[in-house]
Design a protein around this ligand. Sequence first.
Ligand code: RM4
Ligand code: MN
Ligand code: MN
Length: 436
Amino acid sequence: MNTLPKANPRDRDYIAASNKPYSAELNADYETLGLQLQRRGIDIDKITRTVAAFSVALPSWGVGTGGTRFARFPGPGEPRNVFEKLEDCAVIHALSGATPSVSLHLPWDRAEDYQALRTHAQKLGLRFDAMNSNTFQDQRGQSQSYKFGSLTHTSAAVREQAVAHNVDCIRIGQQLGSKALTLWIGDGGNFPGQHHLALTYERYLQSAAQVYTALPSDWRLLIEHKMYEPAFYSTVIQDWGSSMMAAQTLGEKAMCLVDLGHHAPNVNIEMIVARLIHAKRLGGFHFNDSKYGDDDLDSGSIDPYRLFLIFNELVDADWRRVPLSLAHMLDQSHNVTDPIESLIISATELMRAYSQALLVDRGMLAEHQQKNDALMATLMLKRAFTTDVAPILAKARVMNEAAIVDPLATYRRSGYRAACAEARPNATTSTSSGIV
Ligand code: RM4
Ligand code: MN
Ligand code: MN
């Protein structure tokens, strides 16, 4: 394997050559697992096909090195513009087989020619997922400041500017073939008394209604809540209750988006998911992980069981034939790793959690629940979670075009990062703090 030349990881031949040494091993492992699952009444091929059909959108801002409010330590060869971000996203998709779409953030991803951007994406085999607006930073040339809020600001002029920016995001998204706008605002206060809690929410509803009105008929508005940060005392859309009431007030195109990192530690997120499914307002996810107050660690890196329990709710809804149409996206900040590597692994972790959730024997689980056999019920989940599904994941990648057996090793061996460092000589060297 070491004799392979440095190569473009998007090259199918390179991927096929990388797969070759593993295929006999994989077939043997897959067969063994298939027999084990058969004894549990599970058809492995059915699971693999379902997992292979899973996909998650990449955050355009995730392919650059992230930072904290203290510092940012950029890595070599970072993408310098949205076109280069898409190239990195295409590498992630070629290797993971699970990330065919990209979510853009404006104005970070502003381009002069959106048709050209769409064509570029098509050539790379990518499409555009939800658009993300940004009214948590001031933008060059704008007349009003968001220092004290945007859609909920006390000043009508600021609110109008924030609404106009969101409408602009929709219009640009239409040119790109996107079908959703994700609305996350940082609005909120740092001091008790700073904001009138009730009136601020009312202003949110009025502004959000204007954005909602601008949605094309086949678009959705995904409302994202976040407990705190940048506001530290009273964030306007701080929880799923505020988000769901807003969605219900706005109309049926408005749905709630759950960013896993936007909750207090130990919050039972899978229950929030279950409630939103019940209310028919679950619109999608921003996947990541967290330990304390952070919201952007790699998916599955801290608490893979929680990730599994969330997927368990989704699979359960499917089992009960509750229709769901979800926008899945990774929303992570990679401060100490190569972002491409983190995103490949994160996409894989989602597929792992999904596969494990598909292994739960739901009939048996329902029986144990009915009989109040708490221990047997919880063991049904543990049994699925502790199954090593690696052969399913590898097979799903092989089944997907341009999929591979060991994505990370193949990426590293290709020398892509070093090639980027040469091809992108003027990548940002800024060491200032920041979210991206
Ligand atoms: C926020 C939130 C948004 C994301 C920004 C960059 O915490 O997660 O979804 O757009 O960060
Ligand atoms: Mn998010
Ligand atoms: Mn976040």
